[in-house]
Design a protein around this ligand. Structure first.
Ligand code: ACO
Length: 336
């Protein structure tokens, strides 16, 4: 029997309409447009409407990815969602809600929690299910209503995050040229306190204390996270490229997690990447956590920059701490 590979068949994303600009933030906290651009590269981010929840964002991205994949919803046999802002803490899973909204029935569906690394983690799960022969067509989605866990009086965090979703269909193929080449995902819980939402959970169940102390909001050790992000992202890429004997100059699309322009620039420079190789969306979306990488892939596909068969190098880093990198061709149809 010929070996089975996992191919990245399509991409889709959803960006909520409402824009929160730096000048809007100037009216909310003690910050300036100049500081935010200089320190992060972010100009604006999109926020979901009040009645728009994570599964709404995710279902819209999934519908687009499905329609572009040539795979029918009846052929999907696994639905996976990465999110740290699920519809419910913690059941039903957002993957179940999304499946229902899309009319995908009687398939395995579950969520994973790997913060900003969520989408590449999903790719690793989809790859394993497909290569083992257990599943044929996996719908994966990174979806976040991050604004629901942001304290808009905390200038250290509220300037950084946005809402959105990005999805892809990953399918079985016997054509090695179409398959995911390599993927590496890892974590180190010793740095758990760098990025944390202390409640709700068994450590801090919902209580008056949680409300009074705002423990339901994201807390971040920004500077420490920044330094570790640059180090880990660079090391991860160097390792995956060396292992596969690929030169960084031969990567047409380096798609790093979009957390901060300075992190992306430092990693790109360390890898001697040219500006045109590095995909940047942080200026218009901010950090959308698990949705960040698929939203960026969708941007370059919709603009015609990403062509069928071209190599993508994904590299991400997030709460947990988690990190992951992947080397794969885009195996979907051309965007005509
Ligand atoms: N406006 C103006 N001043 C500010 C703001 C703001 N919005 N935020 C912080 N400052 C001040 C600080 O109070 C500090 O002032 P002080 O020197 O008087 O104490 C000064 O600016 C410098 O603060 P730092 O935190 O050292 O600033 P830094 O250059 O590190 O930038 C930032 C902060 C943007 C948060 C950066 O550290 C960063 O991007 N960190 C990484 C985030 C990240 O990668 N997260 C990973 C993924 S997220 C996930 O998984 C969900």
């Amino acid at each position: 029997m010929s070996k089975i590979y996992a191919s990245f068949k399509s991409i889709g994303a959803y960006v909520p309409e409402r824009i929160l600009s730096n000048s809007d933030l100037e009216k909310m906290v003690d910050t300036t447009d100049e500081w935010i651009i200089k320190r992060t590269g972010i100009k604006e981010r999109h926020l979901a409407a009040e009645d728009e929840v994570t599964s709404d964002l995710g279902a819209k991205a999934c519908a687009l990815a499905l329609s572009r994949s040539g795979v029918s919803k009846e052929e999907i046999d696994l639905v996976l969602c990465a999110t740290v802002t699920p519809d419910y803490f913690n059941m039903p899973s957002t993957a179940c809600v999304i499946s229902d909204k899309l009319g995908i029935r009687d398939v395995q569906a579950f969520d994973i929690s790997a913060a900003c690394s969520g989408f590449v983690y999903l790719l690793s799960v989809a790859k394993a299910f497909i290569e083992s022969g257990m599943k044929k067509n996996v719908l994966i989605v990174g979806a976040e209503k991050f604004s629901s866990i942001v304290d808009y009086t905390d200038r250290n965090t509220c300037i950084l995050f946005g809402d959105g979703a990005g999805a892809a269909v990953i399918s079985a193929t016997t054509d090695k040229e179409e398959g995911i080449i390599d993927l590496h995902a890892s974590a180190d819980g010793a740095y758990a306190d760098f990025l944390v939402t202390p409640a709700p959970g068994t450590v801090n169940p919902v209580s008056q204390k949680v409300i009074d102390q705002g423990l339901n909001f994201v807390q971040m050790k920004g500077n420490e996270t920044f330094k570790l992000a640059v180090k880990t992202l660079t090391k991860d890429v160097k390792e995956i490229l060396a292992k596969n004997k690929i030169n960084s100059n031969d990567i047409p699309h380096f798609i790093p997690h979009q957390a901060n322009y300075r992190i992306i620039k430092a990693v790109g420079d360390a890898l001697k990447m040219k500006e045109e190789q590095v995909v940047l969306t942080v200026d218009k979306y901010g950090n959308t956590s698990a949705a960040s990488i698929p939203m960026a892939i969708n941007d370059i596909w919709e603009s015609g920059r990403l062509q069928t068969g071209e190599l993508m190098l994904l590299d991400t880093f997030g709460g947990g701490l988690t990190w992951a990198s992947a080397l794969l061709p885009f195996s979907g149809k051309a965007n005509k």
